[in-house]
Design a protein around this ligand. Structure first.
Ligand code: SF4
Length: 424
């Protein structure tokens, strides 16, 4: 099969600025071929790696296991990260000598029929801050990575399910996704209204039956419900804050706590003590009173009540960031199917919609830690990088208890209240 067409985001810039963040956050599992390639680089003779320090760690308990990952330094960073924040392999042998996972980050590639949709991970601060060259102008470099990622003999996978019952063809699935994306293309409407409109649109898709609605008829149907949501939620609608229900508040705090964690190599290697600590934290998050348990070193001790006070609205810069975030995730199909725990379109978008209040909840925690009750764009940027680290990658987000938490928040309409409450 020839190299696929790439669907690249047109509103996103990116180049690596060597902050070293990804080399501290991720465990890099390598293939046998990558291990052999790195062995040939003779790091055992290189004085920059402490003598006797292995550069690989074996995975799995079986003595015959052939799974390996790159080793880590005492502070949790990759063994190849140098003092200047650069990768030693990259600096000495060039980018293609690195493991493929390191070359791919922060890109994410998802099947879109015969094409490949390209998304980005906002856990990279350069993605959040939109630094570097336009992504759609970097196609040759991205294609080289895509060609390594895709199996040589690939088949077009089935389209992700649309709702709990139905699947459409790939062209029709992409029609629905494009219509959803249209809500975030508006330049005049406040972001919160665009998001609420998109949720209403998805609520109408969820119970619909599409056996006889395909192709152009589907376009007509989508336009009809698109227009209905614009009428239901006009651009000048006053959005007063509405508090979520008590149960909704509990479910949301548990969800936000999951996003606020930092599952780095250093954190995950703390063992049983850490797991007990996480259980105790979960209990405190469910109660929601007193001090918020510090889930990672970044957070200061603040009371739950401090993040629930009004924060004076969303900074204009952050509003632009959220528009870009949602467009990159939707156009890159980074919320459903193969990219997102095999979850259907409607349910996947409900997860994505809750990223907005979850990010703002974390941003409030960061701001409250500095005795502020207003948000700065830097708070939201950092909160997005923390939360998006998990989106589509931490296995827990695809587990039944997490999925039912999102379903409950959507069914009870608490998702809409949370959007209004945390953006006020
Ligand atoms: S987190 Fe982003 S900017 Fe930082 S080193 Fe990784 S890819 Fe580069």
């Amino acid at each position: 099969m020839p190299s696929p067409r790439l669907k690249l985001p047109v509103i996103q810039n990116w180049n690596c600025h060597n902050c070293g963040g990804c080399c501290k956050q991720h465990e890099i599992e390598i293939t046998v071929e990558e291990k052999e390639r790195i062995e040939k680089q003779r790091w055992d003779l290189d004085k920059s790696i402490p003598a006797g320090k292995p550069v690989f760690e074996k995975l799995g308990l079986s003595p015959t296991s052939k799974r390996y990952r790159l080793a880590h330094q005492e502070d949790g960073s990759c063994v190849f990260l140098n003092e200047q924040g650069l990768c030693r392999i990259h600096a000495k042998f060039g980018e293609p000598a690195k493991p493929l996972a390191c070359q791919v980050y922060p890109y994410a590639f998802h099947p879109a029929g015969n094409d490949v949709a390209v998304s980005l991970r906002f856990s990279c601060p350069s993605v959040v801050s939109n630094l570097g060259k336009r992504v759609d102008q970097q196609e040759p470099a991205i294609r080289k990575i895509v060609d390594q990622v895709l199996p040589k003999r690939r088949k077009t996978p089935p389209a992700p399910r649309l709702n709990s019952r139905e699947s459409l063809s790939w062209p029709d699935t992409l029609r629905v996704v494009a219509k959803l994306n249209q809500f975030f293309e508006s330049k005049e409407t406040p972001f919160q209204i665009c998001l609420l409109r998109a949720i209403s649109f998805v609520e109408l898709i969820e119970p619909s039956r599409f056996e006889t609605i395909q192709g152009e008829r589907l376009d007509e149907f989508l336009e009809l419900i698109f227009q209905a949501t614009l009428q239901e939620l006009p651009a000048d609608l006053e959005l007063d804050p509405i508090a979520p229900s008590r149960l909704g508040g509990i479910q949301f705090r548990l969800l936000a706590a999951q996003y606020a964690r930092k599952d780095t190599y250093a954190e995950s290697s703390r063992g049983l003590g850490r797991r007990i600590g996480l259980l105790q934290s979960a209990l405190k998050f469910a109660i929601g009173k007193g001090q918020i348990p510090c889930l990672q070193e970044r957070f200061h001790s603040v009371a739950f009540s401090q993040v629930e006070q009004p924060f004076g609205g969303l900074p204009a810069e952050s509003e632009k960031l959220f528009f870009r975030y949602y467009r990159v995730k939707i156009e890159g199909l980074h919320f459903l199917g193969a990219a997102y725990y095999d979850i259907p379109f409607a349910e996947g978008f409900n997860h994505l919609a809750l990223m907005f209040p979850a990010i703002l909840w974390i941003a409030r925690w960061i701001a409250a830690g500095e005795d502020r009750s207003n948000l700065k764009p830097e708070d939201v940027n950092e909160a997005m990088a923390i939360a998006d680290h998990h989106h589509g990658y931490s296995p827990v987000f695809g587990l039944p208890h997490f999925r039912s938490r999102v379903k409950n928040l959507s069914r009870s309409q608490d998702n809409k209240k949370l959007i209004r409450w945390y953006s006020s």
